[in-house]
Design a protein. Sequence first.
Length: 140
Amino acid sequence: MIADREFIGRAWMMSLAERDIPFILRIKDTFHVRLADRRQCQVRSLFRKVGVGGRRYIREDCRLGSRDSSLGPPLKLAAMRLVSEDLLVVATNTDPKIALAHYRRRLAWCTDQGAAALPPTPSGVRRRGRTSGVPVPACG
């Protein structure tokens, strides 16, 4: 199951994990995470050195949340730095490298579908590719 940032929550992730349903969830880089060694930090700090186009994977189990909040199921994290310099971060209960690849394919498909829905460009004007700044449409 692949879902965007709007569809996350501790109870929901626990339910998927208990049912052994593989999931890939895009998360905000402002979320807090507890690492396997019990350190806590914001997700963005784990990936701050990732340059544009770069990727990093956290393969050790970690949990979203902090000592002040309920912790979710064990997860792995993967991130890449987009051309916009934003981080694309996914949490998964599967292999993080494969999870990021699956999410990127979904993102590319949604972007292509969104580009197909845009009005035609005037004659002689070229539309730039996926980095044009056109927002990615909600894709279900």
